[in-house]
Design a protein. Structure first.
Length: 145
């Protein structure tokens, strides 16, 4: 099995069996983002306690890339310190901006390295980033208070 096929399977698995999908009643902030180029949408609830991302929950509609990416993001960031979560977000942003030249740090990004191939397709990068940008917006609003 080649690596691209394996990554496609990982993305499809997260799309079919998403982590943290379903909005939690408990939240510090809620943000809603729309990808205007395709219509994908995500609503993200975020809770931060004692400098840690205590909960990330989300709901949305869209393509397998945007929904799988939100699933991976929520699993990766839940429980991390805000600083560590921002490091993961930065690594994912760099991967998506690499235009296929990076493979990503598997120790940091785990399953999200599956999006390395997506970074070759600019129209799909916005899909992959939808949930991550919602997290950045929510985290900025909480920390900025």
């Amino acid at each position: 099995m080649n690596l691209d096929h394996m990554y496609q399977e990982v993305i499809l698995d997260h799309y079919k069996h998403p982590e943290h999908k379903g909005l939690s009643e408990e939240k510090d902030i809620q943000v809603h983002h729309i990808n205007p180029s395709c219509g994908d949408e995500i609503t993200l609830n975020l809770s931060v306690a004692d400098g840690r991302v205590s909960e990330v929950s989300w709901d949305g509609i869209g393509c397998s890339i945007s929904m799988a990416s939100a699933s991976m993001m929520s699993g990766l960031l839940t429980g991390k310190s805000v600083a560590d979560a921002n490091e993961v977000v930065g690594a994912f942003l760099a991967l998506m901006q690499s235009k296929g030249t990076m493979t990503g740090d598997e120790n940091l990004l785990e399953d999200a390295v599956a999006f390395a191939g997506v970074s070759k397709f600019p129209a799909r990068v916005k899909c992959a980033l939808l949930g991550w940008m919602a997290f950045k917006d929510a985290e900025f609003q909480i920390v900025g208070k």
